[in-house]
Structures are given as structure tokens and as C-alpha cells.
Design a protein around this ligand. Sequence first.
Ligand code: SF4
Ligand code: SF4
Length: 137
Amino acid sequence: MSNKPELVVIIQCEDVLNRCSGFLCMNDFYERAGKFEGYPSETRYMSITCGGCCGNITTKLENLGMRLRKAGISKDDVTVHFASCICSENSHRLPCPFMNRMKALLQHKGFGNIVLGTHISKKAEAKRQAGIYRKWE
Ligand code: SF4
Ligand code: SF4
């Protein structure tokens, strides 16, 4: 996995984004906190939604692949993060039941650097420790 990505792509849950602005994902990226710790300052980010259940992101990935090619960015220099609300139980919902499907689609389209998580909520972590929420997927 590239730990010095040129670009980070955050995939967020379309359903959750009806209620969440995505601010904490963005803020943690700029603060290099949560799952973004250690990324170089020059790493850029963008976010997309999954496109809704059942996570058919194929067309978006094809579009992204084409844009990356035109921009001269290798997919090896891209790291994809599933937003924490996709891969962990949280105040919004249980983990996405289609995450592994999306992961397989990403790999099929050549995006091999995949990280589970973005912002790490202290409250949700405490509930995981207490056994109230499931552990990370
Ligand atoms: S991880 Fe948190 S901030 Fe990011 S999209 Fe999900 S609910 Fe919103
Ligand atoms: S496929 Fe998963 S990430 Fe996308 S809207 Fe449905 S539950 Fe959310």
C-alpha cells in the first residue's frame, strides 16, 4: 500500500450524507488525524459517494480512472478510504452490507490501495470498547 499517496479518495455513504455534511472526514484529512495520520502535506483529497445501495460505484470509478490517466496520476499513487460510517458501526447506522462488494469493484478497476476508515469518533470508539457497538469490520 502506498503510504505517500498523491491523492486520497474518500468514499462516503450516500445514505448517511443525507444527514452528515462530511465535515469531520474533511477536517481530519487536513489535520492528518484519524486514518489520515502520517500522510505528506502535499497529498490532495477528493470525496465521492457510493452512489446509493447497493454500492454500484463502477461508473464513477471508470470516470475517475479516465481523469487520473489524463492528469498523469497512477492508480498506484491513489489511496481510497472508506468513510468510517461505511465500515464501522456508528451513530448513523450499522456498517454497510455492500462494503466487500465495493472493495471488489475497486480492486477490479485497479484501485488496490484501500483503507478502512476516515474520522475516528471518540464516542463511537468508547462504545466499541464497551461492547455496545461492533468492532471495526
Ligand atoms: S465518517 Fe463521519 S463525517 Fe465522514 S461521512 Fe461518515 S458520518 Fe460523515
Ligand atoms: S451501499 Fe452502503 S455505503 Fe452505499 S448507501 Fe448503501 S449502505 Fe451506504
